[in-house]
Design a protein around this ligand. Structure first.
Ligand SMILES: Cc1cc2nc3c(=O)[nH]c(=O)nc-3n(C[C@H](O)[C@H](O)[C@H](O)COP(=O)(O)OP(=O)(O)OC[C@H]3O[C@@H](n4cnc5c(N)ncnc54)[C@H](O)[C@@H]3O)c2cc1C
Length: 394
Protein backbone atom coordinates (compact mmCIF):
# COMPACT_ATOMS: atom_id res chain seq x y z
CA UNK A 1 0.00 0.00 0.00
CA UNK A 2 1.21 3.49 -0.73
CA UNK A 3 -0.62 6.19 1.24
CA UNK A 4 -1.86 6.19 4.81
CA UNK A 5 -4.74 8.62 4.39
CA UNK A 6 -8.20 7.38 5.36
CA UNK A 7 -8.55 5.11 2.35
CA UNK A 8 -5.07 3.61 2.56
CA UNK A 9 -5.44 2.85 6.27
CA UNK A 10 -8.91 1.34 5.92
CA UNK A 11 -7.77 -0.72 2.95
CA UNK A 12 -4.70 -1.98 4.80
CA UNK A 13 -6.95 -3.06 7.67
CA UNK A 14 -9.36 -4.82 5.33
CA UNK A 15 -6.54 -6.64 3.52
CA UNK A 16 -4.87 -7.70 6.76
CA UNK A 17 -8.17 -9.02 8.12
CA UNK A 18 -8.51 -10.99 4.87
CA UNK A 19 -5.15 -12.64 5.70
CA UNK A 20 -3.17 -10.77 3.07
CA UNK A 21 0.23 -9.44 4.20
CA UNK A 22 0.48 -5.66 3.91
CA UNK A 23 3.29 -3.13 3.95
CA UNK A 24 2.00 0.45 4.09
CA UNK A 25 4.21 3.41 3.35
CA UNK A 26 3.41 7.04 3.85
CA UNK A 27 5.61 10.06 3.53
CA UNK A 28 4.11 11.35 6.78
CA UNK A 29 2.83 9.77 9.96
CA UNK A 30 -0.80 10.26 10.98
CA UNK A 31 -0.76 13.14 13.42
CA UNK A 32 -3.57 15.23 14.87
CA UNK A 33 -4.10 18.43 12.93
CA UNK A 34 -6.19 21.53 13.48
CA UNK A 35 -6.60 21.98 9.70
CA UNK A 36 -10.15 21.18 8.59
CA UNK A 37 -10.31 17.82 6.83
CA UNK A 38 -13.04 15.27 6.12
CA UNK A 39 -15.51 14.67 8.94
CA UNK A 40 -18.73 13.23 7.45
CA UNK A 41 -18.88 9.46 7.14
CA UNK A 42 -21.84 8.69 4.90
CA UNK A 43 -24.52 6.31 6.21
CA UNK A 44 -23.74 3.75 3.51
CA UNK A 45 -20.32 3.11 5.12
CA UNK A 46 -21.57 2.15 8.59
CA UNK A 47 -22.07 -1.54 7.88
CA UNK A 48 -18.59 -1.77 6.34
CA UNK A 49 -17.01 -0.01 9.33
CA UNK A 50 -18.78 -2.53 11.55
CA UNK A 51 -17.47 -5.44 9.47
CA UNK A 52 -13.96 -4.03 9.95
CA UNK A 53 -14.57 -4.09 13.71
CA UNK A 54 -14.16 -0.34 14.21
CA UNK A 55 -17.71 1.04 14.20
CA UNK A 56 -18.19 0.96 17.99
CA UNK A 57 -14.95 2.84 18.60
CA UNK A 58 -15.86 5.38 15.92
CA UNK A 59 -19.35 5.90 17.34
CA UNK A 60 -17.92 6.36 20.82
CA UNK A 61 -15.77 9.24 19.58
CA UNK A 62 -18.11 10.84 17.05
CA UNK A 63 -21.54 12.39 16.67
CA UNK A 64 -24.35 10.39 15.14
CA UNK A 65 -27.20 12.02 13.29
CA UNK A 66 -30.29 10.82 11.48
CA UNK A 67 -31.88 14.08 10.38
CA UNK A 68 -30.49 16.72 8.11
CA UNK A 69 -32.09 20.03 7.43
CA UNK A 70 -32.26 22.26 4.41
CA UNK A 71 -32.30 25.83 5.68
CA UNK A 72 -33.32 28.51 3.22
CA UNK A 73 -31.49 31.64 4.31
CA UNK A 74 -33.92 34.08 2.77
CA UNK A 75 -37.20 33.72 4.70
CA UNK A 76 -36.14 30.92 7.05
CA UNK A 77 -37.96 28.02 5.37
CA UNK A 78 -36.77 24.61 6.57
CA UNK A 79 -37.10 21.13 5.06
CA UNK A 80 -35.90 17.85 6.51
CA UNK A 81 -34.64 14.46 5.45
CA UNK A 82 -34.89 11.73 8.05
CA UNK A 83 -32.52 8.81 7.44
CA UNK A 84 -34.93 6.64 9.35
CA UNK A 85 -36.85 6.27 6.07
CA UNK A 86 -34.02 3.89 5.06
CA UNK A 87 -34.58 1.63 8.06
CA UNK A 88 -35.88 -1.21 5.85
CA UNK A 89 -33.02 -0.81 3.40
CA UNK A 90 -29.91 -0.50 5.55
CA UNK A 91 -28.84 -1.75 8.94
CA UNK A 92 -27.41 1.56 10.14
CA UNK A 93 -29.53 4.48 8.91
CA UNK A 94 -27.37 7.23 10.34
CA UNK A 95 -24.39 9.34 9.44
CA UNK A 96 -21.31 9.79 11.59
CA UNK A 97 -19.45 13.05 12.16
CA UNK A 98 -15.89 12.34 13.19
CA UNK A 99 -12.68 14.17 12.22
CA UNK A 100 -10.85 11.93 9.77
CA UNK A 101 -7.74 11.94 11.94
CA UNK A 102 -9.75 10.41 14.80
CA UNK A 103 -10.76 7.53 12.54
CA UNK A 104 -7.16 7.20 11.39
CA UNK A 105 -6.04 6.96 15.02
CA UNK A 106 -8.46 4.08 15.63
CA UNK A 107 -7.34 2.25 12.48
CA UNK A 108 -3.62 2.74 13.15
CA UNK A 109 -4.17 1.31 16.63
CA UNK A 110 -5.63 -1.84 15.07
CA UNK A 111 -2.94 -2.12 12.41
CA UNK A 112 -0.20 -1.90 15.02
CA UNK A 113 -1.62 -5.01 16.70
CA UNK A 114 -1.64 -7.11 13.53
CA UNK A 115 1.28 -9.41 12.82
CA UNK A 116 0.77 -9.34 9.03
CA UNK A 117 1.06 -5.53 8.77
CA UNK A 118 4.25 -3.51 8.42
CA UNK A 119 3.88 0.27 8.76
CA UNK A 120 6.60 2.42 7.19
CA UNK A 121 6.04 6.09 8.10
CA UNK A 122 8.19 8.97 6.82
CA UNK A 123 8.75 6.92 3.70
CA UNK A 124 8.14 8.41 0.25
CA UNK A 125 7.61 6.30 -2.84
CA UNK A 126 10.04 7.51 -5.47
CA UNK A 127 9.51 4.95 -8.22
CA UNK A 128 8.36 1.44 -9.08
CA UNK A 129 8.94 -1.36 -11.59
CA UNK A 130 6.77 -4.34 -12.24
CA UNK A 131 7.18 -7.75 -13.84
CA UNK A 132 4.98 -10.85 -14.22
CA UNK A 133 5.25 -11.80 -10.57
CA UNK A 134 5.24 -8.62 -8.60
CA UNK A 135 6.20 -5.00 -8.11
CA UNK A 136 9.39 -3.45 -6.77
CA UNK A 137 8.89 -0.13 -5.01
CA UNK A 138 11.68 2.34 -4.41
CA UNK A 139 11.30 4.73 -1.53
CA UNK A 140 13.20 7.36 0.44
CA UNK A 141 13.16 7.48 4.23
CA UNK A 142 15.20 9.17 6.98
CA UNK A 143 17.17 5.88 7.19
CA UNK A 144 18.10 6.14 3.52
CA UNK A 145 16.79 4.58 0.33
CA UNK A 146 14.53 1.57 0.73
CA UNK A 147 13.31 -1.15 -1.62
CA UNK A 148 10.07 -3.07 -1.08
CA UNK A 149 8.75 -6.00 -3.07
CA UNK A 150 5.16 -7.26 -3.19
CA UNK A 151 2.77 -9.16 -5.41
CA UNK A 152 0.63 -6.08 -5.97
CA UNK A 153 0.86 -2.35 -5.21
CA UNK A 154 -2.19 -0.32 -4.29
CA UNK A 155 -1.84 3.43 -4.71
CA UNK A 156 -3.98 5.26 -2.16
CA UNK A 157 -1.68 8.25 -2.21
CA UNK A 158 -4.21 10.94 -2.93
CA UNK A 159 -5.04 13.19 -5.90
CA UNK A 160 -1.40 13.86 -6.82
CA UNK A 161 -0.65 10.13 -6.63
CA UNK A 162 2.97 9.26 -7.36
CA UNK A 163 1.85 5.67 -7.98
CA UNK A 164 -0.57 6.80 -10.67
CA UNK A 165 2.08 8.93 -12.33
CA UNK A 166 4.61 6.09 -12.14
CA UNK A 167 2.34 3.97 -14.37
CA UNK A 168 1.78 6.85 -16.79
CA UNK A 169 -1.78 7.74 -15.87
CA UNK A 170 -3.25 11.22 -15.47
CA UNK A 171 -6.45 12.35 -13.77
CA UNK A 172 -8.54 13.83 -16.56
CA UNK A 173 -11.69 15.81 -15.87
CA UNK A 174 -12.71 19.30 -14.87
CA UNK A 175 -11.81 21.81 -12.17
CA UNK A 176 -14.65 24.04 -11.00
CA UNK A 177 -14.19 27.83 -11.12
CA UNK A 178 -14.78 28.14 -7.37
CA UNK A 179 -12.66 27.17 -4.37
CA UNK A 180 -14.36 25.81 -1.29
CA UNK A 181 -13.46 27.16 2.10
CA UNK A 182 -13.92 24.86 5.10
CA UNK A 183 -13.88 26.68 8.44
CA UNK A 184 -13.99 25.17 11.93
CA UNK A 185 -15.91 27.65 14.07
CA UNK A 186 -17.33 27.93 17.56
CA UNK A 187 -20.89 29.10 17.12
CA UNK A 188 -24.28 27.68 18.12
CA UNK A 189 -25.87 27.01 14.73
CA UNK A 190 -28.43 24.75 16.47
CA UNK A 191 -29.89 27.89 18.07
CA UNK A 192 -30.58 29.17 14.53
CA UNK A 193 -32.54 26.01 13.67
CA UNK A 194 -29.78 24.00 11.96
CA UNK A 195 -29.69 20.25 12.48
CA UNK A 196 -26.37 18.56 13.25
CA UNK A 197 -26.02 18.36 9.49
CA UNK A 198 -27.55 21.11 7.38
CA UNK A 199 -27.50 22.57 3.92
CA UNK A 200 -27.93 26.31 3.81
CA UNK A 201 -29.57 27.35 0.55
CA UNK A 202 -29.14 30.81 -0.80
CA UNK A 203 -28.40 32.50 -4.10
CA UNK A 204 -25.18 33.95 -2.75
CA UNK A 205 -24.41 32.24 0.57
CA UNK A 206 -25.04 28.52 0.08
CA UNK A 207 -23.12 26.50 2.69
CA UNK A 208 -22.71 23.12 4.31
CA UNK A 209 -23.11 23.45 8.07
CA UNK A 210 -22.23 20.52 10.30
CA UNK A 211 -21.54 20.02 13.97
CA UNK A 212 -18.12 18.44 14.47
CA UNK A 213 -18.24 17.44 18.13
CA UNK A 214 -20.01 17.87 21.45
CA UNK A 215 -17.77 20.80 22.45
CA UNK A 216 -19.70 23.13 20.17
CA UNK A 217 -17.28 23.09 17.24
CA UNK A 218 -18.99 23.35 13.85
CA UNK A 219 -17.80 23.16 10.24
CA UNK A 220 -18.99 25.91 7.90
CA UNK A 221 -18.13 25.22 4.27
CA UNK A 222 -18.80 27.77 1.54
CA UNK A 223 -17.44 28.65 -1.87
CA UNK A 224 -15.97 31.69 -3.53
CA UNK A 225 -14.59 32.53 -6.94
CA UNK A 226 -11.07 31.22 -7.33
CA UNK A 227 -9.86 34.48 -8.87
CA UNK A 228 -10.18 36.17 -5.47
CA UNK A 229 -6.82 36.23 -3.66
CA UNK A 230 -6.37 33.34 -1.22
CA UNK A 231 -4.45 35.57 1.22
CA UNK A 232 -7.61 37.55 1.97
CA UNK A 233 -10.00 34.60 2.54
CA UNK A 234 -10.07 35.48 6.26
CA UNK A 235 -11.31 39.03 5.60
CA UNK A 236 -14.04 37.85 3.25
CA UNK A 237 -15.05 35.13 5.75
CA UNK A 238 -15.92 37.84 8.25
CA UNK A 239 -18.11 39.45 5.59
CA UNK A 240 -19.80 36.08 4.91
CA UNK A 241 -20.65 35.60 8.60
CA UNK A 242 -21.75 39.23 8.78
CA UNK A 243 -24.31 38.51 6.05
CA UNK A 244 -25.62 35.14 7.26
CA UNK A 245 -25.63 35.42 11.07
CA UNK A 246 -27.78 37.65 13.26
CA UNK A 247 -26.39 41.17 13.60
CA UNK A 248 -23.52 41.36 16.05
CA UNK A 249 -22.82 37.60 16.16
CA UNK A 250 -19.19 36.76 15.44
CA UNK A 251 -18.19 33.11 15.50
CA UNK A 252 -14.74 32.24 16.76
CA UNK A 253 -12.91 30.86 13.72
CA UNK A 254 -10.60 28.14 14.98
CA UNK A 255 -9.06 27.16 11.63
CA UNK A 256 -9.83 27.15 7.94
CA UNK A 257 -8.59 25.60 4.72
CA UNK A 258 -9.25 26.48 1.08
CA UNK A 259 -9.23 23.92 -1.73
CA UNK A 260 -10.01 23.66 -5.43
CA UNK A 261 -12.89 21.40 -6.45
CA UNK A 262 -12.63 18.80 -9.20
CA UNK A 263 -14.49 16.03 -10.97
CA UNK A 264 -11.66 13.85 -12.23
CA UNK A 265 -11.07 10.16 -12.78
CA UNK A 266 -8.17 8.05 -14.07
CA UNK A 267 -8.74 6.15 -17.33
CA UNK A 268 -8.21 2.87 -15.52
CA UNK A 269 -7.63 1.82 -11.91
CA UNK A 270 -5.34 -1.02 -12.95
CA UNK A 271 -2.05 -1.15 -14.84
CA UNK A 272 -0.66 -4.68 -14.53
CA UNK A 273 -0.08 -5.30 -10.83
CA UNK A 274 -0.51 -1.67 -9.84
CA UNK A 275 -3.96 -0.59 -8.62
CA UNK A 276 -5.49 2.71 -7.62
CA UNK A 277 -8.17 3.53 -5.08
CA UNK A 278 -9.68 6.55 -3.36
CA UNK A 279 -8.56 10.01 -4.39
CA UNK A 280 -5.61 8.55 -6.30
CA UNK A 281 -8.19 7.12 -8.70
CA UNK A 282 -10.92 9.78 -8.64
CA UNK A 283 -11.72 13.11 -7.01
CA UNK A 284 -15.04 14.81 -6.51
CA UNK A 285 -16.27 18.04 -4.98
CA UNK A 286 -17.25 17.57 -1.31
CA UNK A 287 -20.92 18.65 -1.32
CA UNK A 288 -22.48 15.17 -1.20
CA UNK A 289 -19.97 13.74 1.26
CA UNK A 290 -19.20 11.01 -1.28
CA UNK A 291 -15.39 11.39 -1.18
CA UNK A 292 -14.80 8.98 1.69
CA UNK A 293 -17.63 6.61 0.79
CA UNK A 294 -16.54 6.26 -2.84
CA UNK A 295 -13.03 5.19 -1.86
CA UNK A 296 -14.32 3.00 0.93
CA UNK A 297 -16.36 0.90 -1.48
CA UNK A 298 -13.41 0.78 -3.89
CA UNK A 299 -11.61 -0.91 -1.04
CA UNK A 300 -14.41 -3.39 -0.37
CA UNK A 301 -14.36 -4.47 -4.04
CA UNK A 302 -10.59 -4.57 -4.25
CA UNK A 303 -10.27 -6.76 -1.16
CA UNK A 304 -12.72 -9.17 -2.77
CA UNK A 305 -10.71 -9.21 -6.00
CA UNK A 306 -7.29 -9.62 -4.37
CA UNK A 307 -8.55 -12.29 -1.97
CA UNK A 308 -9.92 -14.25 -4.92
CA UNK A 309 -6.57 -14.06 -6.70
CA UNK A 310 -4.28 -14.59 -3.68
CA UNK A 311 -6.27 -17.22 -1.75
CA UNK A 312 -8.47 -18.92 -4.35
CA UNK A 313 -6.18 -18.82 -7.37
CA UNK A 314 -8.83 -16.93 -9.36
CA UNK A 315 -7.90 -15.43 -12.69
CA UNK A 316 -6.74 -11.85 -12.40
CA UNK A 317 -9.61 -10.92 -14.72
CA UNK A 318 -11.48 -10.18 -11.47
CA UNK A 319 -9.01 -7.34 -10.86
CA UNK A 320 -9.97 -5.85 -14.24
CA UNK A 321 -13.56 -6.04 -13.08
CA UNK A 322 -12.60 -4.02 -10.01
CA UNK A 323 -11.29 -1.26 -12.25
CA UNK A 324 -14.24 -1.22 -14.64
CA UNK A 325 -16.95 -1.52 -12.00
CA UNK A 326 -15.58 1.04 -9.56
CA UNK A 327 -14.77 3.52 -12.33
CA UNK A 328 -18.34 3.18 -13.52
CA UNK A 329 -19.68 3.95 -10.01
CA UNK A 330 -17.68 7.15 -10.05
CA UNK A 331 -18.74 8.30 -13.52
CA UNK A 332 -22.40 7.25 -13.21
CA UNK A 333 -23.18 8.03 -9.56
CA UNK A 334 -20.53 9.75 -7.45
CA UNK A 335 -19.59 12.45 -9.90
CA UNK A 336 -23.02 13.37 -11.35
CA UNK A 337 -24.75 13.37 -7.94
CA UNK A 338 -21.95 15.45 -6.40
CA UNK A 339 -21.98 17.82 -9.37
CA UNK A 340 -25.74 18.35 -8.96
CA UNK A 341 -25.26 19.09 -5.24
CA UNK A 342 -22.47 21.49 -6.00
CA UNK A 343 -24.61 23.34 -8.54
CA UNK A 344 -27.48 23.50 -6.05
CA UNK A 345 -25.27 25.00 -3.37
CA UNK A 346 -22.82 27.07 -5.30
CA UNK A 347 -24.13 28.13 -8.63
CA UNK A 348 -25.39 31.63 -9.13
CA UNK A 349 -27.38 30.93 -12.26
CA UNK A 350 -30.09 33.40 -11.36
CA UNK A 351 -32.97 33.30 -8.87
CA UNK A 352 -35.18 31.20 -11.16
CA UNK A 353 -32.92 28.22 -10.86
CA UNK A 354 -32.78 28.26 -7.06
CA UNK A 355 -36.57 28.57 -6.86
CA UNK A 356 -36.97 25.57 -9.20
CA UNK A 357 -34.53 23.57 -7.06
CA UNK A 358 -36.41 24.51 -3.89
CA UNK A 359 -39.65 23.30 -5.46
CA UNK A 360 -37.95 19.99 -6.28
CA UNK A 361 -36.69 19.67 -2.69
CA UNK A 362 -40.07 20.55 -1.18
CA UNK A 363 -41.51 17.68 -3.15
CA UNK A 364 -38.64 15.31 -2.28
CA UNK A 365 -39.06 15.95 1.45
CA UNK A 366 -42.87 15.97 1.44
CA UNK A 367 -43.43 12.28 2.25
CA UNK A 368 -41.36 9.48 3.76
CA UNK A 369 -41.55 7.55 0.52
CA UNK A 370 -40.22 10.47 -1.52
CA UNK A 371 -37.45 11.04 1.01
CA UNK A 372 -36.49 7.41 0.64
CA UNK A 373 -36.43 7.66 -3.16
CA UNK A 374 -34.16 10.70 -2.92
CA UNK A 375 -31.76 9.16 -0.40
CA UNK A 376 -31.59 5.61 -1.68
CA UNK A 377 -29.33 6.65 -4.54
CA UNK A 378 -26.52 6.58 -1.95
CA UNK A 379 -26.78 2.78 -1.89
CA UNK A 380 -25.39 2.84 -5.43
CA UNK A 381 -21.96 3.84 -4.10
CA UNK A 382 -21.48 0.21 -3.14
CA UNK A 383 -21.12 -2.14 -6.09
CA UNK A 384 -22.32 -5.75 -6.10
CA UNK A 385 -19.88 -8.61 -5.57
CA UNK A 386 -17.40 -8.78 -8.45
CA UNK A 387 -18.27 -12.47 -8.72
CA UNK A 388 -21.95 -11.71 -9.21
CA UNK A 389 -23.24 -12.66 -12.69
CA UNK A 390 -24.92 -9.23 -12.87
CA UNK A 391 -21.52 -7.53 -12.85
CA UNK A 392 -20.42 -7.08 -16.42
CA UNK A 393 -16.90 -5.83 -17.02
CA UNK A 394 -17.82 -3.74 -20.09
C1 LIG B 1 -11.52 20.22 3.80
C2 LIG B 1 -12.04 18.90 3.27
C3 LIG B 1 -13.17 18.37 3.80
C4 LIG B 1 -13.66 17.16 3.30
N1 LIG B 1 -14.77 16.65 3.88
C5 LIG B 1 -15.23 15.44 3.48
C6 LIG B 1 -16.28 14.83 4.18
O1 LIG B 1 -16.77 15.37 5.18
N2 LIG B 1 -16.72 13.62 3.74
C7 LIG B 1 -16.14 13.01 2.66
O2 LIG B 1 -16.61 11.92 2.30
N3 LIG B 1 -15.09 13.53 2.01
C8 LIG B 1 -14.61 14.74 2.41
N4 LIG B 1 -13.52 15.27 1.79
C9 LIG B 1 -12.80 14.47 0.80
C10 LIG B 1 -11.89 13.45 1.55
O3 LIG B 1 -11.08 14.16 2.45
C11 LIG B 1 -11.02 12.69 0.57
O4 LIG B 1 -11.86 11.99 -0.33
C12 LIG B 1 -10.12 11.72 1.33
O5 LIG B 1 -9.26 12.38 2.23
C13 LIG B 1 -9.25 10.96 0.36
O6 LIG B 1 -8.50 10.04 1.11
P1 LIG B 1 -7.30 9.25 0.46
O7 LIG B 1 -6.82 8.34 1.51
O8 LIG B 1 -7.72 8.68 -0.86
O9 LIG B 1 -6.22 10.38 0.09
P2 LIG B 1 -5.45 11.39 1.03
O10 LIG B 1 -6.26 11.76 2.21
O11 LIG B 1 -4.97 12.49 0.13
O12 LIG B 1 -4.20 10.57 1.58
C14 LIG B 1 -3.09 10.28 0.73
C15 LIG B 1 -1.94 9.85 1.60
O13 LIG B 1 -0.86 9.47 0.72
C16 LIG B 1 0.35 9.99 1.25
N5 LIG B 1 1.29 10.16 0.11
C17 LIG B 1 1.20 11.03 -0.92
N6 LIG B 1 2.23 10.86 -1.77
C18 LIG B 1 3.00 9.88 -1.25
C19 LIG B 1 4.23 9.25 -1.67
N7 LIG B 1 4.88 9.60 -2.81
N8 LIG B 1 4.74 8.25 -0.91
C20 LIG B 1 4.10 7.87 0.24
N9 LIG B 1 2.95 8.43 0.68
C21 LIG B 1 2.42 9.42 -0.05
C22 LIG B 1 -0.04 11.31 1.90
O14 LIG B 1 0.91 11.67 2.91
C23 LIG B 1 -1.41 10.97 2.50
O15 LIG B 1 -1.34 10.49 3.82
C24 LIG B 1 -13.01 16.48 2.24
C25 LIG B 1 -11.86 17.04 1.68
C26 LIG B 1 -11.37 18.23 2.20
C27 LIG B 1 -10.12 18.80 1.60
Amino acid sequence: MVGGGPHGLLHALALARAHIDVTLLDVRRPTPTATPRAMTFHWSMMKGLDELGILDDALARGLVHRIWSLNVLDGGERMFFDLDVLADDVEYPFTLHLPQESLSEIVVGRLQEMSNVHLAWDTRLTGLDQDDRGVTVRAASPDGDQVFRGGWVVGADGPKSAVRRAVGLGLPGITWPERFVAANVRYDFAALGYEVSAIQLDQRDGALVAQIDATGLWRYTYAENVTLPEETVGERMREVFGRVLPTGDEPEVQAWAAHRMHQRVADTFRVGRVLLLGDAAHVTNPTSGYGLAGGFFDSVSLVEALSAVVHDGASDEIVDRYSVVRRRVFTEITSPVSSDSKQLLWNSDGPGRLEAELERLRRATSTRDRQRQYLIVGCGLESPSLRSPSVTPQ
